[in-house]
Design a protein around this ligand. Sequence first.
Ligand code: SF4
Length: 273
Amino acid sequence: MSRKPKLRSIWVFHLNTGSCNGCDIEIIDVLTPFYDVERFGIKLVGSPRHAHALLVSGPLTRQAYYGAKETIKAMPPEPRVIVAVGTCTCSGGIFYNGYPVYRRPESGREGREYPRRGGIAELIADLRDEGEKVGPVIYIPGCPPRPEEIIYGIAQLVGLVEKKLSYQEYSDELVPFKLPEGPLEERIRLTLMERLRHLVGYLDREKILEDFMGLVKEAEKSENPREELARLVKDYAAKCGDVRLGFCMALLEREYWRVRDALDAGKEFVYWV
Ligand code: SF4
C-alpha cells in the first residue's frame, strides 16, 4: 500500500477486468455470513459513484481497459482506493504477456519488443499521466487469494492491522526485464510458436509449426527461397483444404520473413513476440 488512508467504514464496488472468476468467487465468499466482512463496515455497492474503494479482479484485458478507466473516473476523487485482488490484477498472473492483455504504450519501444504485463498498475499509470487522482493501491496476490488474505488486506486498508513489509513499486529500471538468449534458430522457432499461439492456442501449434519449418527447409534449398516458400505455402493450403490452416501458414510465412529481414538489417534479436 502506497499510503495509509483514513477510513472508517468503506463502500466498495467490484470490477472484473477479465478474471477467470476464481477471484470473484473468493470476493463473494468474504461477503457471506461465514466470513462476514460487513462487520468491518465494508459494504458492496452497485455503482462506482458511491464507492470509496474499487475491488478489482482480473489481468486487465484490452476489452476491459476502457470500461475500467471510466469506472475509476466515475468514482468520487477522494479517496479512490484500489484493491487489487489476485495475482492477475497485481501483475498479469497466468495471463502475463497473453494476447488479450493490455499493454501500456511506451515511448522509444516497439510494441513487440516488450511484454504485455497486464495488471491494474498499467491503467493506474495511464490515469495518473492524464492527471486523474487515484488513491492508495493495495495488492492482495494469490491465485486466487484465500478469503482470510482478502480480509487481511482490507483490515490493513482500514487501519485495523499494521503492514509489516514496506511498499516498493516495480519498474524496469529496478529489475530489467530480460529473456534468456538461446541459439538463433531456436529463438526464431519460439518467436513463430508464440505468434501461432495467438491464433490456434497451445494444442495444435507444435504440429503446424513443424510442417512450416519443413517447408522452410525445402525452400532454402532453392535459388530464390522467398518465392519458393510462398509457392510451397500456397500448395500446402490448397492440399490441406482447411482455410484456418492456410491462414496460419500465411501468418508464419509473413512472420518468418519479418524476423529474417530484421536480422539481415542488423537488428538485435532476442525474441520478437
Ligand atoms: S489470480 Fe487466479 S483465480 Fe484470480 S483471476 Fe487470475 S487466474 Fe483466476
